[in-house]
Unconditional design. Structure first.
Length: 148
């Protein structure tokens, strides 16, 4: 029996795939639990349209991430921190602080969890941060830590 998977099924396939299963497994397990639907002509055509739409959306999201990455790479983010008498910072600068400064200075909409610092920022100076915008797209930008 051929079925179209509506969800990922372990050891069978991913959502949207058309797979061959045993008759009883398909009728008694997959279809009643809404994990799959029967692969008739109408359902197969709909599944192909859905796959094409999903591929188009994924390509569009990647293109947007590439454009956003190009914009981010040109930016230098300045983070101002409190410093003690001998030039030592109070605490450290986290990726959350860098993300907030990036959003405030550029106005770009970026999820702060997607920004990472390559190494810990515990002193004044220039550092490199990475923005993971898409599974295939990452961009690096400079972070300058200055005294207030």
């Amino acid at each position: 029996m051929k079925v179209i998977l509506l969800a990922d099924v372990k050891s069978l396939g991913k959502k949207g795939e058309i797979v061959e299963t045993a008759e009883g497994y398909g009728r008694n397990y997959l279809i009643p639990r809404k994990l799959a639907k029967e692969a008739n002509v109408a359902n197969v055509n709909q599944a192909k349209k859905d796959q094409a739409t999903a591929a188009h959306r994924a390509a569009q999201a990647k293109d947007e991430a590439v454009v956003l990455g190009a914009q981010i790479e040109k930016v230098t983010v300045v983070v101002k921190v409190r410093v003690g008498e001998n030039g030592k910072m109070f605490g450290s600068v986290a990726s959350k602080d860098v993300a907030e400064a990036l959003i405030k200075q550029t106005g770009l909409k970026i999820d702060r969890r997607k920004i990472e610092l390559k190494n810990a920022v515990k002193s004044l100076g220039e550092y490199t941060a990475v923005a993971k915008l898409h599974p295939e797209v990452t961009s690096q930008f400079k972070v300058v830590v200055e005294a207030e």
